[in-house]
Design a binder for this molecule. Structure first.
Ligand code: ARG
Ligand code: ZN
Length: 882
């Protein structure tokens, strides 16, 4: 940064605005080369705070005129700086402030504010993009009703959209036309949206429970109409589910979605005009994988659910971001669990949480779910705010039960509809709706305030003569940046005791009269706590944190035999999977240690047998089996080591995969063939599960270098019609040294070069290969005609995927770090949000060996010394170097 270091914004400095803005009247005159924006703001003094000037935010705006009422202001009547427009002496009883500004959407590469994507105009205002459109109090506690007029050339921009209802439209001079939109619901400016472009749409209808007829439209670029069906179905399912599960209905007669190819994030919940990354709308069986289909279902639901959790009730300030995001992620997780397999969904969500959120919580950018300070708010759309935030919601649900949780939700809306509130307000609603529940809410609140992942350890002792089982649990929370001392958390431990016959024993704590059968929830509140169960007939194996009831790291003194037992018998499917993962991680880290000590790595037969057992049950639940067959990722294993042994982890994991592939060749082939050829294509959970287990089997055969496996992969690549199977086979081929590799990759690119989302997969599988040539190939792909560094999806597919490639990105010598520094510096000028997301890949550099640390530090410092460093990148890089 040139003008000194950027300043941090603090939660404790929050003050309500001196003025409210109740009405916003906007007029957009879209022309090639410039857009003229006229804004009329109906303002009113906020008498609850001392009198002050009206300070409006603005960035990269050219101010053409200002007036108050009908009185034009001269330059002496206001102060205009690069970031603010300040008006003094406004009338106490309110006024209309009118401003005209000029902006240049066509040269906006940051994709924030008003910008162009494939020639169409669109907006992204969250968090602070509205200030790039007009001067405004760009903060979520200022809520107004909007009236928006959009005018543009009719031929080039036949579709003109904004929030709310279309109230009028007409023709203008010079081949232009206009549309007038009105949104009756007061909203913060981050929910404003505008779209103007050459788009086509598909349409459906939904009738709400109380009889409102809603027109549903999805707008896409011409040629993509046939890829919108799944998104539309997902929208209708979401609308119905929210009525049934939360009693929440849609509140307007129209709901529009627009899909654009250039978008920084996944999607945006603008009131009645959601704008999506095409990745989360477009899908056809031949272009999209099962993961894509499921992602669409979840993200469409997520944005729809925001209509209540985010829009009707919004955030007072950006420190409260998890108020809407944690809650809405939890809601979309519940929805997807209901639409598909709940255990499979939970395993996938926890895998992701561990992989990305636990990593964040353990590094220099760790922050609480409700942060206390930020330099650039866009840096806080994080796994902690979203995914850990969702875990906090899940813990309310676990502690209060479904009915108590719902009472809290109902009270939250009864109290706060139409308001901008805080996570404390949410907690108060949950508390007040459940006065009979003995929850220590002040202790629970620490989940919002303390960063870091609690570590829980423990052991159990069974006393046969007294038939008691004593479970001891301990918790610790390591210091995180700015938080040296932590206090114990209130940790819900959903658990059971599994008897020798594999069944859950009745659970009765000392002093209780009646036993609970199955699962119960213990509250771990102290640094160390004993739970004594009485009347325990035989020595049990405890099953702890069923369903992953709290976002903690558990280390319990299980024997390998205990884990194998839980894998086979735990009544909780999540913990059956978890036991297998714990066993696998233990074994893999043991091999890594052997290798580091110069010993041979020997894969124990017992583990290979356990995998064989899992495989033999593939027919019962293919989707679950596919997950149970998947070893912990290299990145996750790295988190479990003090100093990450990059090559050791890779070598151990590959050895185990190859051993499994050789040892179970026959059953892997049987699993493959037994789940291939399923008739008509479907994305039912069953069909997805069969494809998943089939491709997991194929991956093991390939890991063993099996000739028949290779032939199957090639055949699958050449003949499969669904993208899931095509890409699964191609990824395996691309990660191999098969002679057909180059031809397969180039044939795929030739076939799909017109489909950017499909090409993203092609970039991604090359960037994630563990082959030593990967970095060189990624470099070469930067100049492939299908790549474009201005398109975020391309950056995430090639550069982002490469940074997630544990062996290649962290290869000894530091070439991966150097490569990333170059890309971050390049992106910093074009798109700070994307640059900063890429820079986060450096965050855990101190967990590697001295040589890698040295190389990473050089790269990070080079980024830090870049002239004109954006606030976004500055914040990440400076925290990483602290
Ligand atoms: N609210 C959006 C969602 O959760 C994310 C928008 C994030 N945008 C950003 N520039 N940080 O779907
Ligand atoms: Zn969201």
């Amino acid at each position: 940064m040139d003008k000194g270091s950027p300043k941090a914004i603090l939660l404790k400095d929050y003050v309500a605005p001196a003025w409210w803005i109740d009405t916003v009247d906007l007029s957009f005159d879209l022309h090639e080369g410039e857009t003229i924006v006229t804004a009329r703001l109906g303002i009113r003094r906020n008498h609850e705070v001392p009198r002050g000037p009206l300070v409006l935010d603005g960035q990269e705006l050219e101010l053409l005129s200002v007036a108050v009422g009908s009185r034009p202001l001269g330059p002496d009547d206001y102060a205009c700086t690069p970031d603010h427009l300040t008006l003094n002496d406004l009338p106490d009883d309110g006024a209309v402030v009118e401003m005209v500004t000029r902006i240049h959407p066509e040269s906006n590469t940051a994709l924030e504010g008003l910008y162009k994507s494939s020639g169409n105009y669109c907006t992204q205002c969250e968090a602070e993009g509205f200030r790039k459109i007009t001067y405004f109090q760009d903060r979520p506690d200022v809520m107004a009703t909007y009236r928006v007029r959009v005018e543009a050339n009719r031929q080039a921009y036949p579709v003109l959209l904004s929030n709310g209802n279309l109230v009028d439209q007409g023709d203008a001079a010079d081949g232009r036309h206009w549309a007038l939109w009105e949104d009756p619901w007061p909203k913060p400016c981050y929910l404003f949206a505008l779209v103007a472009g050459k788009l086509v749409h598909i349409e459906d209808r939904y009738r709400t429970r109380s009889g409102r007829d809603v027109a549903l439209r999805i707008y896409v670029e011409p040629g993509n109409e046939d890829k919108c069906g799944h998104a539309m179905e997902s929208l209708i399912k979401s609308m119905r589910w929210d009525e049934e599960a939360y009693g929440l209905e849609y509140d307007l007669d129209i709901f529009n979605i627009v899909a654009v190819g250039d978008f920084n994030m996944g999607a945006m919940e603008n009131k009645s005009l959601n704008i999506f990354n095409t990745k989360y709308i477009l899908a056809r069986p031949d272009t999209a994988t099962d993961t894509d289909f499921l992602g669409i279902e979840t993200v469409v639901a997520h944005e729809y659910f925001h209509n209540w959790t985010g829009n009707r009730v919004t955030c007072r300030d950006w420190f409260q971001l998890s108020l809407k995001e944690g809650l809405t992620v939890f809601r979309d997780q519940q929805f997807s669990a209901d639409m598909n397999s709940a255990p499979v969904k939970r395993i996938q969500d926890v895998t992701r949480l561990r992989q990305v959120q636990f990593a964040e919580d353990a590094g220099p950018t760790a922050h609480p779910v409700r942060p206390e300070s930020y330099i650039e708010i866009n840096n806080f759309y994080t796994p902690t705010v979203y995914e850990k935030g969702a875990e906090v919601l899940r813990m309310y649900h676990t502690l209060l039960g479904a009915a108590g949780y719902r009472r809290g939700i109902d009270l939250y809306f009864a109290r706060h509809d139409g308001q901008a509130v805080t996570t404390d307000d949410f907690l108060a609603a949950m508390r007040d709706a459940n006065p009979d529940r003995a929850v220590d809410w002040d202790q629970f609140r620490r989940w919002y305030a303390q960063a870091g992942t609690p570590a829980v350890s423990g052991e159990g002792t069974y006393d046969a003569p007294s038939r008691t089982y004593r479970l001891t649990l301990r918790q610790t929370l390591a210091p995180t940046p700015g938080q040296p001392d932590k206090r114990p958390m209130l940790i819900p431990v959903s658990m059971g005791l599994v008897g020798p016959d594999g069944r859950d024993l009745p659970l009765k704590l000392a002093g209780e009269d009646e036993a609970v059968t199955g699962t119960r929830v213990l509250a771990l509140r102290e640094a160390e706590q004993d739970f004594t169960f009485t009347g325990v007939a035989a020595s049990p194996v405890p099953s702890l944190f069923r369903g992953f009831s709290a976002p903690v790291k558990l280390s319990f003194d299980y024997t390998d035999a205990d884990l194998t037992f839980l894998m086979a018998h735990d009544s909780d499917p999540f913990n059956r999977w978890e036991a297998g993962q714990t066993l696998a991680a233990r074994l893999l880290l043991g091999l890594v240690a052997d290798r580091a000590a110069g010993h041979d790595m020997i894969v124990p037969a017992s583990f290979v047998d356990a995998i064989g057992q899992t495989l033999s049950r593939a027919g019962e639940d293919p989707a679950f089996t596919a997950l149970a067959l998947t070893l912990p990722s290299e990145n996750y294993l790295g988190q479990l080591m003090g100093v990450i042994d990059v090559d050791g982890i890779h070598a151990a994991r590959e050895l185990v995969r190859g051993t499994i592939g050789r040892s179970h060749r026959a059953s892997l082939l049987a699993t493959y063939h037994g789940n291939a050829g399923q008739g008509a294509f479907s994305v039912s959970p069953e069909a997805i599960g069969r494809r998943a287990v089939k491709n997991a089997a194929l991956a093991y055969l390939m890991a063993a270098g099996d000739g028949e496996g290779r032939a199957l992969a090639l055949a699958q690549y050449r003949t499969a019609t669904g993208m899931t199977d095509v890409i699964a086979a191609l990824a395996l081929i691309a990660d191999s040294d098969m002679p057909e590799r180059a031809d397969a990759l180039s044939a795929f690119a030739a076939k799909w070069r017109q489909e950017p989302l499909v090409m993203d997969k092609w970039f991604m599988i090359q960037a994630t290969s563990a082959r030593p040539e990967t970095l060189a190939e990624v470099r070469a792909l930067l100049s492939h005609p299908g790549f474009n560094i201005r398109n975020p999806n391309k950056v995430y597919a090639l550069i982002g995927a490469f940074t997630g490639n544990a062996v290649a990105f962290h290869a000894a010598g530091g070439a991966g770090y150097e490569f990333l520094a170059d890309r971050v510096i390049e992106l910093n000028r074009l798109n700070p949000q994307v640059a900063s997301r890429m820079a986060k890949a450096f965050a855990r550099w101190r967990n590697y060996d001295a040589e890698r640390q040295a190389a990473a530090k050089v790269a990070l410092e080079r980024v830090a010394h870049t002239p004109d460093l954006s606030r976004d990148v500055y914040e990440i890089v400076s925290r990483s170097l602290e």
